[in-house]
Design a protein around this ligand. Structure first.
Ligand code: ASN
Length: 362
């Protein structure tokens, strides 16, 4: 996804009879299955936004002025990079004042990572940024693109009926029937329509015949203006433990030159081997200034260092407990916090904090 300084804007104007003032949404099309077609070899490849515009003439029936920024080379989201996230954040910053809400069309494979990254980069977000996409391309008869995109657009401009204030001031993922906080989303399904789950946090809304918002679970409207961060540090790694992992492997990973942060995927409530070689590897990494964030391999529950003997020593070594964070939200949090370039004490402190609703403190 290469983001040139200026991208051509495609306008989609409403044609409906609605006389109420139309809302405005900026749609950023990055690629993903939603706009894909089969090539000659039978593989799905991303196509231009035109593909979606042609197949969804109903976009003009919404009472919305849609502007679409389509990346010149849409990507399969497996190719997304940290630089792309900075580009997306910059696009939202430039356009923030001009639109009521934002929809990012994105592949599902890495959507949870991108949504989590954007949640950190967009501090004091007071508008809605919804990521969506589909499991079946828009051109196929059984596509889920229509429902996902149209509901995401509705959510992007949702307001409280009396106060008229933004209903979802968050970066979120809408998929199938669930609206999920971006940094709580996890792709759990590659063959069914319900591709995402909300981990350790209730969904923000459920879309049936009506969209039912879970207002008490929303983040509050910020009192300060939007602040868009411009740095992410990609000198990070995820190390997933498994019984039988060897010293050679752990050392090779933790001794990568320049490494600054590691998400350590542990067992259960944050437990890890107590073998001296393993603890020595962690100690050596800490001495070199590598921050280690302990995230559980379990889908539910939380890290409680000290509950078992097999996690007490991690605390002694300065490993930071990740509470109930997902691996996706943890690796992007590491990139974000390290990118802030704070002192070692502040960095370690920020990693324990709930920055954007990504953790519930135990
Ligand atoms: N490979 C696709 C992507 O992430 C999957 C999808 O969008 N459903 O771009």
């Amino acid at each position: 996804m290469n983001l040139p300084a200026t991208l051509p804007l495609i306008d989609i104007k409403p044609i409906g009879p609605d006389t109420r003032p139309a809302s405005s949404v900026l749609v950023i099309y990055t690629g993903g299955t939603v706009g894909m077609e089969y090539n000659k070899r039978g593989e799905l490849v991303p196509m231009k936004f035109e593909q979606i515009r042609k197949k969804m003439p109903e976009l003009r029936q919404l009472n919305m002025n849609l502007s679409v920024l389509s990346l010149p080379e849409p990507i399969d989201s497996s190719n997304v990079t940290a630089a792309d996230w900075l580009g997306l954040a910059a696009l939202i910053k430039e356009n923030y004042a001009h639109y009521d809400g934002f929809v990012v069309l994105h592949g599902t494979d890495t959507m949870a990572y991108s949504a989590a990254a954007l949640s950190y980069l967009l501090e004091n977000l007071g508008k809605t940024v919804v990521f969506t996409g589909s499991q079946v391309p828009v051109g196929r008869i059984r596509t889920d693109a229509r429902r996902n995109l149209i509901t995401a657009l509705d959510i992007a401009v949702a307001r409280h009926s009396t106060a008229g204030t933004v209903r979802v001031p968050e970066v979120c993922v809408f998929f199938n029937d669930l609206l999920i906080r971006g940094n709580r989303a996890k792709k759990v399904e590659s063959q069914q329509y319900n591709a995402f789950r909300s981990e350790n946090y209730p969904p923000l809304a459920r879309a049936g015949i009506e969209v039912e918002f879970n207002d008490p679970q929303m983040r509050h409207l910020p009192s300060a203006p939007l602040h868009v961060h411009q740095h992410l540090d990609d000198r990070v790694v995820i190390l997933k433990l498994f019984p039988g992992i060897t010293e050679q492997v752990v050392r090779a990973v933790l001794e990568v030159e320049g490494l600054r942060g590691c998400v350590l995927e542990t067992y259960g409530s944050g437990n890890a081997p107590t073998a001296p070689w393993f603890l020595n590897c962690l100690r050596d990494a800490q001495t070199r200034g590598v921050y280690i964030l302990n995230v559980s391999q379990c889908e539910e529950g939380r890290v409680i260092q000290g509950q078992y003997e097999t996690s007490s020593q991690l605390t002694d070594l300065g490993v930071i407990g990740g509470e109930d964070i997902t691996a996706e939200a943890a690796i992007t949090k590491l990139m974000f916090v390290l990118g802030l370039n704070r002192s070692p004490q502040e960095t370690a402190h920020l990693l324990t904090q709930d920055l954007r609703g990504e953790i519930s403190l135990g």
